[in-house]
Design a protein around this ligand. Sequence first.
Ligand code: AKG
Ligand code: FE2
Length: 539
Amino acid sequence: MKPRQRKQYFRNMKRSDDSEREKRRKRRRLLQELGEQRIPYLSPTDPGFQDLWDSSYAGLALRQSGTLPEGLHEKVQSALLTLQRHGCLLRDLVRVRDRDVFTAVSRALVGQPGYTYRYLDTRLFTIPWHCEGEEGQKDEKGKPCCDSDLRDACKALWELNQFFCSDVKQQTNARGVKRTRSDTENSEDAPGEGMCEEESVKDRLVEEKTIEEEEEDSGQGCSHSSPPSSTPPAAQASLVQFNVTLINYMNPAAMTQLKEEPYYGMGKMAVGWHHDENLVPLSPVAVYSYSCPAEPKNEGVTEKDGEGKSKEKEREAKGEGTSTEEVKKEGEASVKEDVEKEKTCWRVGLKVAWDIHTPGLALPLQSGDCYYMTDDLNRTHQHCVLAGDTARFSSTHRVAQCCTGTLDYIQKRCSEALENLHSDPEKNAKSLISLLPSILQRIEDIHNEVEFEWLRQYWFQGRRYARFCSWWTKPMEQMEKDWKEMERMTQLLLVVVEDEATAQENRREMADVLLNALTDRQQHRQTWRDSDCVPPTRV
Ligand SMILES: O=C(O)CCC(=O)C(=O)O
Ligand SMILES: [Fe+2]
């Protein structure tokens, strides 16, 4: 981290404390304003559903199960079950409003080898997907990093990813064309509207954070991965390259306490309201939803079915016909039944951020359905997942902001720091090459980044990765060695600072750098110690 970035980092931490308080206030105010009432929301059976979708949720697109390429469902669904069988899906211990909590859903990250995805203060490391024809990484003994069926599973998810990359592009292109047309019709619209400069997108993300459960952070201060703001939407769409998918799994029958959705009364939530965080600004998200066959409670016949049938039989026995009134009543009953059925189905809920006037939207998802969140939907809206009756997987494909989130990146940073260490093999001694405060500062920042953003994150998660995939094992061991060298460098710096022979002026500057670095490190280490270091539970 550059000194400027570092200052920004701590300023952001402070700001996020302040905005946390502000959000709490806002949330309380909203709930007070709402009182006992609930904000309306619409489902497909409600009149006006489509209009609401078109007017207030235009960035949302549904691709129904039946329209996916032949054979893809089978591959993807069996891949998801394989991940589960291998024990890859775990509940994450994340930080929400200064508390450590386990996510209700179990998760795994699959994606580009060496990529990570950071959400709610947790860095997940990818189980690598290997592309068509590619063999994947092998260790020195020629052993591949994962079992062959796990490898096949990841490849199937990569295939789904490929499909999403081109399909979402078409979706957005189609809308881009539409929008360009309406932009010319309405010249009052600013060109490139909604495509703020990245920094301000992030600032707004921080401010607009949710009134709810899972909250998002504003990424990692990257500044070069979004397309230039003058790029028209259609051209931007052609850049879509999902690099990771976060897999979710939950069986509601195994969960004792799912929270009720508090604002609209939408039902039980598997994932609370949130914006997806740490994505390249304006990039889309594509989701595949797979509801597994239910462990049936009563052979799939609901009480309602049984009741309906017996009423019919009664009527038959009485020889009664059906009056218009009865038809109307039955019609109403069947709408009600549809509504009830919708609630047994998994749904994605959407709302406009910080808005209690626009009705919410609840979109039921049949098994195999996919949905896309495009344009700036993820920034302007929040989404939640409403639990249905069955167990369900989802594969959520994202363009993760990865400028500081790849193995390649952090390895380069380590090398940069270690360049300042000179080894004298004859004397078996080590020394620092440069004592320039700016260089020392940079090295201490790298030291912190390696320790807190990578090593502790990795070990904290209970070495969950090594159990089924060895991809990260060697690089993380090497990183730990590099970190030990950095600890050594800090000690060497301490010796120089304590040495009275060192020129006074330089000494003070160096002492400043050292003191700041050690204070930050101490604080961070305490935070890690304070969080309950219980490794995520296995599901
Ligand atoms: O499961 C879904 O449909 C979406 C899950 C989600 O919102 C997330 O993982 O961020
Ligand atoms: Fe999400």
